[in-house]
Design a protein around this ligand. Structure first.
Ligand code: UDP
Length: 388
């Protein structure tokens, strides 16, 4: 395996992921960082994107098609998601996946010789487990870390795993329905990068250091890692409304990897202070400097906002895996949902005006639901499995 240098005494952790959406890679990287922070050099963690880097064309194009599906052909994605909830359709589908990635996986296992395998992807339980247990006759621990919050597709769950780590009560219920035993299931929260578990300083100081006005209420607008959804339209409506209502407020718009959006918004003449950023690497600071977050229902952003004690205004969701995140936020009293830019703007203006007490209440509730230690708890338990 190119570029992998292993110290003899190091144990090897192989994380299987695929770049279908930012979440899987982010979770894999959070776990890798968790191993490093907790155990220093004891583990060599290797993250692989089986689809993109180990399979031949055209199979290696699958992750790219995911992005096209959820942006340009949503109807097809909805169909695929519904199909994934039917056993009689998923079984042949998973067998096909198994055939497609079998050789690639064998190569990865042979080259890396892992001591433990972690899957952070819904399609990477069945095929790797079959290969490990039936063909290679290996009994090394295999664990799944589910990177969605509530609407967990049945393919995430496999009865043969040593542990299945989930992040909500609903995910536990679904795991049990899929036949997992209590001792296999652990509820710790999503694996968020360790930076979110560290104190970042108080709000005014942070606003100063980030170049924001320390005295203004601050809304953080994001659209996931890719800057997806109508972020621009929402930013315009919110800025106009807050200015018209005379709120002492400012916006931070994080465009992620959407460079076109960043350029477009950077050129706008805003009616109040608006900071436009591309992909930021210090999200814990931006969140801690803000009073609320306006975002699509991405599980990573929701979990991070809870840790940061931020009320969440949800503006949309990807059908299927993000659907349950909307009632999760609204019913738990940590935010609201609207897809309409005007209504989003009205809500935000209320939160920053007569609804300040409600905003604070939601912030307290959010913080109480945050699970900043989840990554470490997951890593510790995986290591305990190895040490058994
Ligand atoms: N993110 C980031 N910098 C950015 C934009 C997003 O670090 O400029 C991170 C964000 O903190 C979160 C992830 O990207 O960890 C987005 O995950 P989410 O599940 O919300 O949405 P996805 O992009 O996976 O659809």
């Amino acid at each position: 395996m190119e570029g992998v240098r292993l110290e003899r005494r190091q144990q090897r952790v192989l994380i299987l992921m695929s770049d279908t959406g930012g979440g899987h890679r982010a979770s894999a990287e959070a776990l890798a960082a968790g191993f490093g922070e907790r155990f220093g050099e004891r583990f060599h963690v290797h993250v692989i994107d089986l689809w993109s880097h180990y399979t031949p064309w055209p199979v290696n194009q699958v992750p790219k098609s995911y992005r096209t599906l959820v942006t340009d052909a949503l109807w097809l994605w909805k169909l695929a998601w519904r199909a994934s909830e039917r056993d009689w359709l998923t079984e042949p589908g998973l067998r096909l996946v198994g055939r497609l990635v079998r050789r690639a996986m064998r190569r990865a296992f042979d080259e890396f010789q892992p001591d433990v395998v972690i899957s952070v992807h819904p399609l990477m339980q069945h095929a790797p487990l079959r290969l490990l247990r039936n063909t290679l006759n290996s009994s090394i621990p295999f664990v799944t870390v589910v990177t969605d919050l509530v609407s967990i597709a049945p393919v995430w769950y496999h009865r043969g795993v040593d542990r299945c780590f989930v992040a909500s009560d609903e995910a536990v219920r679904r795991a049990k329905r899929a036949g997992l035993r209590d001792e296999q299931i652990r509820l710790y929260g999503l694996p968020i990068r360790p930076a979110f578990a560290r104190p970042v300083g108080e709000k005014c100081g942070l606003r100063n250091s980030l170049g924001l006005d320390p005295a203004r209420m601050t809304a953080l607008l994001v659209g996931g890692g890719e800057g997806m959804g109508p972020v621009g339209a929402i930013a315009r409506a919110v800025a106009a409304r807050l200015a018209a209502d005379g709120r002492e407020a400012q916006l931070v718009v994080v465009c992620g990897r959407n460079e076109n959006l960043r350029r477009e918004l950077a050129a706008v003449a805003w009616p109040l202070p608006v900071r436009v950023e591309g992909f930021v690497r210090n999200m814990p600071e931006w969140m801690a400097a803000s009073d609320c977050v306006v975002t699509k229902a991405g599980p990573g952003t929701i979990a991070e906002a809870l840790i940061s004690g931020l009320p969440i205004l949800l503006t949309g969701f990807i059908p299927g895996q993000e659907e349950g995140n909307v009632p999760f936020v609204v019913d738990n009293g940590v935010g609201a949902y609207s897809e309409k830019p005007e209504e989003i703007a009205r809500l935000l203006s209320r939160w920053f005006g007569p609804g300040r007490a409600h905003l604070e209440e939601m912030g307290h509730k959010a913080r109480s639901m945050g699970r900043p230690q989840a990554t470490f708890e997951i890593v510790d338990e995986i290591v305990a499995l190895l040490d058994k």
